[in-house]
Design a protein around this ligand. Structure first.
Ligand SMILES: Nc1ncnc2c1ncn2[C@@H]1O[C@H](COP(=O)(O)OP(=O)(O)O)[C@@H](O)[C@H]1O
Ligand SMILES: [Mg+2]
Length: 244
């Protein structure tokens, strides 16, 4: 469904992504893990049209979408939930969700307001409230809900667990599993490696702008290179990961 071929991206002279190749097949949940500053967000922003690649190719379905604008990429059904949520604070929860429909552009979404509210009941309770008054976790749910309203063929999430209390992380990841079981294709960037490897089918590891390792998540969880650097101890597994 998504193929990145030798993608590179730079900020001026800083090359943040180097020669990255990655594949997401229909129905998969793929995780991209790696330390802070590795280039994960840059990679996502490049494939979703927020940044132009310096080199390489992005294919989505049967189309070459390299260099497409973010709006055009979204209308094609590749929808990103950005790092830090970015909901529209002065607007109501429901208006934020309805804005997500702009990406539809004639396509059909399996998720309307009712379906989003079924996934996140707290958003129904708060639907008249200004989005800016929601907790961080609720804003993350809203950002995911808004993307679902746009009928994603591929849902891309940048660090959905960042800054959230463990119990809220559990709720968000439970919804991701529900979406995955319903057949949605998901690309997930996560710094929390134990959580990401527990939740995903396959994973890619990024360091210093490069993809350095990839494979089935169940294997990577036992790979010494991963265990040593990303999974400090079995006891250190996030509760959410242990429960999956
Ligand atoms: N807007 C920007 N301008 C200049 N450098 C940036 C910008 N955004 C990120 N970088 C740099 O690019 C590298 C990769 O950053 P980023 O993609 O945000 O990593 P990650 O998401 O893995 O933490 C880092 O060295 C970071 O400092
Ligand atoms: Mg990032």
């Amino acid at each position: 469904m998504l193929t990145l071929h030798r993608l590179s991206a730079s900020y001026g002279r800083i090359q943040a992504v180097r020669d990255a190749s990655l594949r997401v097949d229909q129905g998969e949940l793929i995780a991209l893990i790696g330390p802070n500053g590795a280039g994960k967000s840059t990679l996502l922003n490049t494939l979703s049209g927020l940044l132009r690649p310096a080199d390489g190719e992005v294919r989505f379905g049967d189309r070459d979408i390299t260099g497409w604008s973010a709006a055009k990429v979204a209308r094609a059904g590749l929808l990103q939930v950005p790092e830090g949520r970015q909901v529209l604070g002065p607007l109501s929860v429901e208006d934020n969700l309805l804005l997500g429909r702009q990406a539809l552009a004639g396509r059909i979404s399996t998720h309307g307001l009712d379906e989003v509210y079924a996934l996140f009941p707290i958003l129904r309770e708060r639907r008249r409230q200004k989005a800016g008054t929601l907790s961080g976790g609720q804003q993350q749910m809203l950002a995911i809900g808004r993307a679902l309203m746009g009928g994603p063929r591929l849902l891309v999430l940048d660090e959905p667990s960042l800054g959230l209390a463990p119990i809220v992380v559990d709720q968000v990841f439970a919804v991701l599993q529900t979406l995955r079981r319903s057949g949605l294709t998901i690309l997930l960037v996560e710094q929390n490696a134990s959580l990401a490897l527990a939740a995903s089918d396959r994973a890619y590891v990024m360091e210093h702008g490069r993809i350095v390792l990839d494979g089935p998540s169940a294997e990577l969880r036992h790979d010494p290179r991963i265990v040593e650097h990303y999974l400090p101890s079995a006891e250190g597994l996030a509760p959410a990961a242990a429960a999956l």
